[in-house]
Write a protein that binds this ligand. Structure first.
Ligand SMILES: Cc1cc2nc3c(=O)[nH]c(=O)nc-3n(C[C@H](O)[C@H](O)[C@H](O)COP(=O)(O)OP(=O)(O)OC[C@H]3O[C@@H](n4cnc5c(N)ncnc54)[C@H](O)[C@@H]3O)c2cc1C
Length: 435
């Protein structure tokens, strides 16, 4: 057996598990954290943008020593075809504020730092330890975990499942359903290394300023998905991901899409001369609100990706992971202070607190977007990007055609491409899903 009984056992040392373990330890709880990887972060993949607000609520002075790459001063949103991109760029010098709002990070380094904070707060962390099943008492209440260690049993008042999107413990224990191919994206990512001054020059940056590009369009070959490019200190993260069920039967591979994206005329010059040193693939839960499983029960709660907490529309995941981890940690500590047991009835408080947070409000707001994209993906990711690029070409080319004729040509190209009822229908469906 692993020592005596703990207040809580946290399964996983990713963003959600670290946030939860740290919060509970700071509030005086005795916490055991189990991580299957060689070290925290060794199994984790992210773009990665860090949203400061979520971390600041857990570690207010994180900027003092966290491994932050660049703070983001420019956001580029691109709609792409094979040869073009139409972009919306937002750059503001006011993002050079004292406490920047968004940073790029490298997850392996960041997770190591976060984990050190967790251990400094008093959490017992065991790496290379896989939780294989949950232990229950005669009434079915979860009372601990079995691990793959020789002395493999550990007991606690509550077990926090922070095991990520494809964590098997909750699934095997019947606490949450098997993740469906329609509700997860498979993403691949590479790190391309370049000297800092080359990145600065290429993206018009100084100091620790950074740029991120989020892209969609024909780059996903009709599948629902997006691509990204983020500037780090001395590297560029580039990746792409699509819904798993969309890959089925197409013969397309995530790696093939990434190669095509890197060779796109708008991307290739940004990576020119770089050396690719890292490649990773990972799932992202993108089913949204409707795919959130039961989040608590007698002696257990679920946080982070394991609870499908990702806002795919805004590409936010780590902040939802940290926030759900923090809220779960605060709830468990609150129950302890009141001497209330971690029963399902008492843990409804976790759900109640989640409902009042931005996490549930945002996911609820976009709850019909996955269904909209599932049904209209071919138009959103292929037809409209082509029509938008064609419209831009018509509009910006100076060729002797009068401007009224150009407006008519653009309008007709949309009408021909999708028909008037089709256009109105898509606009209506999008507005309904977005509200
Ligand atoms: C390519 C890509 C890009 C992304 N970009 C962004 C971004 O830019 N910004 C953003 O906010 N989010 C992004 N995300 C999402 C973000 O990475 C996740 O939402 C976040 O990491 C979820 O944290 P988590 O702690 O729930 O899960 P994870 O970080 O996956 O951690 C789960 C941990 O549990 C461990 N574990 C699993 N099973 C067991 C077990 N049985 N026993 C012990 N340990 C176990 C794993 O080893 C792992 O360390 C991206 C994701 C991907 C894949």
């Amino acid at each position: 057996m692993i020592e005596d009984k703990f207040d809580a056992i946290v399964v996983g040392a990713g963003a959600s598990g670290n946030a939860c373990a740290y919060t509970m330890a700071k509030l005086g709880l005795k916490v055991l954290q189990l991580e299957r990887g060689e070290y925290p972060g060794s199994k984790n993949v992210q773009g990665a943008i860090l949203y400061a607000d979520a971390l600041e609520k857990i570690i207010p002075d994180f900027r003092d020593d966290a491994p932050l790459e660049r703070h983001i001063i420019e956001q580029r949103q691109w709609t792409m075809t094979e040869t073009s991109h139409v972009g919306m760029h937002y750059r503001d010098d006011s993002f050079n504020e004292e406490r920047p709002n968004r940073y790029t990070i490298v997850r392996a380094q960041f997770d190591k730092w976060f984990s050190r904070k967790v251990r400094d707060a008093g959490v017992t962390l065991l790496c290379e330890t896989t939780v294989t099943e949950l232990l229950r008492d005669g009434q079915g209440k979860v009372i601990g975990v079995r691990t793959d260690r020789a002395d493999g049993l550990a007991y606690a008042n509550v077990v926090v499942l922070a095991e990520g999107v494809n964590g098997l413990v909750g699934e095997r224990s019947g606490l949450r359903p098997v993740v469906t191919p329609e509700s997860v994206a498979l993403a691949v990512k590479e790190m391309h290394f370049l000297p800092r001054e080359v990145i600065d020059e290429r993206f018009n940056l100084k100091g620790n300023e950074g740029v991120v590009i989020e892209a969609m369009g024909t780059i996903t070959n009709g599948m629902t998905g997006t691509a990204f490019l983020y500037t780090n200190g001395e590297s560029i993260s580039v990746g792409i991901g699509c819904i798993v069920s969309d890959f089925e039967g197409t013969g397309q591979t995530p790696y093939g899409l990434l190669e095509a994206f890197k060779n796109h005329p708008s991307i290739k010059p940004l990576l020119a001369g770089s050396e690719c040193k890292e490649y990773a693939a990972h799932l992202i839960p993108e089913g949204g609100y409707n795919s959130i499983p039961q989040l608590y029960g007698d002696g257990w709660v679920v946080v982070g990706d394991a609870g499908q907490f990702v806002n795919a529309v805004h590409r936010e995941g780590s902040n939802l992971a940290m926030t759900t981890g923090r809220i779960a940690g605060e709830t468990i500590s609150w129950l302890k202070t009141r001497r209330d047991p971690a029963t399902a009835a008492n843990l409804t408080e976790y759900q109640r607190r989640l409902e009042t947070s931005f996490v549930m409000k945002d996911l609820k707001k976009y709850k019909n977007i996955p269904d909209f994209l599932h049904k209209s993906g071919a138009h959103v990711f292929t037809l409209y990007p082509r029509l938008i690029a064609q419209a831009a070409q018509t509009w910006f080319r100076v060729d002797g055609k009068d401007k009224r004729a150009k407006e008519v040509e653009i309008f007709n190209s949309f009408r021909k491409g999708r028909s008037l009822p089709g256009l109105l229908g898509d606009a209506f469906k999008l507005a309904r899903a977005w509200r």
